[in-house]
Design a binder for this molecule. Structure first.
Ligand code: SF4
Length: 379
């Protein structure tokens, strides 16, 4: 039975605003841009908000080495014009003894690989050098506080700030790009300007702000309000020209509305915007350009949207991504309901499907973090 009801017939008569932007609904129908693989849930940290609800031991039912190689083969068979990009996440990928063997194999299949290790004692300078030597494209590090006290409290382990800072410095020395990931919650909001200064001081390449979704352990923290989110987006827009690094938001797609509107006000055409790095990201969201494979091979639209569409142990990732009802629905903004469904920004933004699901139980519902009122009222 389908997870997602067939809404096509009942939504056909709804009046929707003409979508803005040069985005094609079919842009990510054939292949995702980013594939997240949760290599394990084992991790030495005890983060209060952990999406993976990580534990200190590896699950014997995790995908084994041969199964992960098979997953790489499946990814290679997407046959996209772009080389697929896999982000190896966790838990802590450094807990897998076969990590470097798998990186080697994935690269031999033409896959670009990034790794997001946890900031623990395992993340030594030597490990960073080995990751660089193995051809890892970039490193993802998490920093949720601008001081040792703030970050270590958030991550639940003393020393995490220092290990993270040392890894960032070593990555810089070996010229491996770093994306610094920061959770946006009520607890971190006031500290974001200080973290921004650190990203500058450390000379990193990208700052990614993950807007909390209150599920799992994330319920221990609180989401910021829609108006705070709007003010934060305005601040990110204001600093982006002086920031010597890229800034991106995750699960806060409505930042694209603000970017698009500002770029249009500066006189840029839709065509010109679509050629810019920000424009190339328009339309990407859970299940549309993004797919998540769990430590046991289950396939989800993202790590924050806990609706399983299949398992790579039973069928091909390519088939699940292209053909499952859930993924196909998530790629069609004209099936969205509530104000996201009528909004003129639904193709370039579309709202966080994970937050819509967490707050309404419907992955096609509306994202409550966005305060915008579309030109056409929702039915
Ligand atoms: S209403 Fe939905 S689609 Fe429109 S800008 Fe807000 S989050 Fe995006």
């Amino acid at each position: 039975m389908s997870i997602v009801p067939n809404l096509a017939a009942e939504t056909a008569s709804i009046q929707r605003a003409e979508p803005v932007g040069l985005t094609s609904r079919t842009a990510f129908d054939e292949a995702p841009m980013l594939i997240y693989w949760e290599s394990t849930r084992a991790c030495d940290l005890a983060c209060v908000h952990c999406r993976a609800e990580a534990v200190s031991w590896r699950n014997p039912l995790e995908l084994d080495t041969a199964e992960v190689k098979n997953l790489f083969d499946q990814i290679a068979s997407f046959g996209s014009r772009r080389p697929p990009h896999m982000v190896i996440t966790g838990g802590d990928p450094l807990q897998r003894e076969d990590l470097f063997e798998l990186i080697d194999y994935g690269r031999s299949r033409g896959i670009i690989i990034s790794v997001t290790p946890a900031g623990t004692a395992r993340l030594t300078a030597d490990v960073v050098r080995q990751l660089k030597a193995a051809g890892v494209f970039s490193l993802g590090l998490s920093l949720d506080g601008s001081t040792e006290e703030r970050h270590d409290t958030f991550r639940g382990v003393k020393g995490s700030f220092a290990w993270t800072a040392a890894a960032a410095q070593m990555a810089s020395e070996v010229e491996m790009p770093v994306q610094l990931n920061t959770m946006v919650t009520n607890e971190t909001l006031a500290d974001l300007p200080n973290i921004y200064e650190l990203v500058k001081a450390w000379g990193l390449e990208r700052w990614a702000l993950f807007f909390l979704i209150s599920t799992g352990r994330g319920e221990a923290l609180t989401e910021i309000s829609p108006m705070e989110s709007e003010r934060l987006h305005q601040w990110l827009w204001d600093i982006r020209n002086e920031a010597p690094f890229m800034i991106k938001t995750t699960e806060a797609h409505h930042y694209r509305r603000l970017m698009y509107r500002n770029l249009r006000q500066r006189g840029l055409s839709d065509e010109a915007i679509s050629q810019m790095p920000v424009g190339r990201g328009f339309g990407i969201r859970d299940g549309s350009g993004i797919v998540f494979v769990s430590h046991m091979g289950e396939v989800y639209p993202s790590g924050f949207l806990p609706l399983k569409a299949g398992s790579v142990r039973e069928e091909s990732l390519v088939d699940i991504y292209r053909s499952s009802d859930l993924f196909r629905s998530l790629r069609n903004p004209d099936l969205f309901t509530g104000k996201c469904g009528v909004c003129e920004y639904r193709y370039i933004c579309g709202g966080s499907r994970a937050r819509a699901y967490a707050s309404t139980g419907d992955p096609l519902g509306s994202d409550p973090l966005c305060p915008y009122q579309p030109l056409v009222s929702e039915p």
